[in-house]
Design a protein around this ligand. Structure first.
Ligand code: NAG
Ligand code: NAG
Ligand code: NAG
Ligand code: CU
Length: 258
């Protein structure tokens, strides 16, 4: 096979595998290209992206979601969660719109977004230990919507998901961790949870003074014996049998809420 047809075959097969990643983010009116595992590794000089490097569009599954692969996705060359050197400036309270690759509807599950305070430079902050991850947005199963599962609504909204940053955040560097969990194969033995996280480094600007409270640890908070949020039969979820996403409650301008 000629290399050009090999390349198109490979890109076709990544499309057919129906996974995905966030390829761009709108921070307010500012569109930022994030890490692209198919285009960026080859670039010379090396790219300087805000997103911690991950290897491909596939999920973090069983056996890995209890390791530091869950923090910011599976890295390249067996190195997970390597800090990036760039951040994107965004004002506290801004709207942030995640632009996923063409997201296929065969991933019922929740969409979750977290913040961690880098306590200085994110380029020298790990995030793989301590209760540093604070959930600021989540959507699981909403029976009042025509498409109740959050991740199945993505294809109906051009594969985009919008969140709002807390409005009084103290300025500084933070990691914005946005994630889909696909529950389509978690219902029986030998099944796999499919987490699709990525970590985007941001510099929050403005005159706020609110610091993040203690949150959850990743790895740590997602456990293989979790039958409430991870290992369950998604078809059993309904208005009368609601779903709780993993990772605990949501924190924002009005404190904690579920
Ligand atoms: C960040 O910068 C350091 C120092 O120049 C370099 O060693 C490292 O590879 C860079 N990291 C990335 C992800 O580019
Ligand atoms: C849909 O997403 C694509 C890819 O991110 C983008 O180029 C396009 O402008 C979006 N279309 C609409 C209607 O938002
Ligand atoms: C998996 O299969 C084994 C053997 O059939 C059974 O004992 C076990 O309960 C099953 N576990 C689940 C979670 O269904
Ligand atoms: Cu997939």
């Amino acid at each position: 096979m000629k290399s050009s047809s090999l390349v198109s075959f490979l890109s076709l097969s990544t499309f057919v595998s129906a996974h995905g990643f966030v390829q761009q983010i709108w921070f307010g009116d500012n569109l930022v290209d994030t890490w692209n595992p198919y285009k960026d590794p080859q670039k010379k000089p090396a790219v300087n992206k805000i997103t911690r490097v991950f290897k491909d569009n596939g999920p973090v599954t069983d056996g890995l979601f209890t390791t530091d692969a869950i923090t910011c996705n599976i890295g390249r060359d067996d190195k997970n969660n390597v800090p990036a050197n760039a951040t994107a400036n965004v004002a506290a309270g801004s709207t942030v719109k995640f632009m996923w690759t063409d997201w296929q509807s065969d991933h019922p599950g929740p969409i979750m977004t977290y913040l961690a305070d880098c306590n200085g430079k994110c380029s020298s902050f790990s995030g793989s230990s301590g209760n540093v991850w604070v959930k600021i947005d989540q959507a699981g199963y909403d029976a009042s919507q025509s498409v109740p599962w959050a991740s199945k609504r993505l294809p109906t909204q051009n594969s985009t998901w919008t969140v709002k940053l807390p409005s009084k955040m103290a300025p500084g560097e933070y990691i914005l961790r946005h994630e889909i969990l696909g529950l389509q194969r978690t219902n029986n033995n030998g099944s796999l949870a499919q987490f699709y996280p990525a970590c985007h480094q941001i510099t929050i600007t403005g005159g706020g003074t609110t610091k993040l409270p203690a949150g959850i640890a990743l790895p740590g908070a997602y456990q293989p014996d979790d039958k409430k949020s991870i290992f369950l039969e998604y078809r059993d979820i309904s208005a009368s049998n609601p779903y709780t996403p993993p990772g605990g409650p949501v924190w924002g301008d009005n404190g904690w809420s579920t």
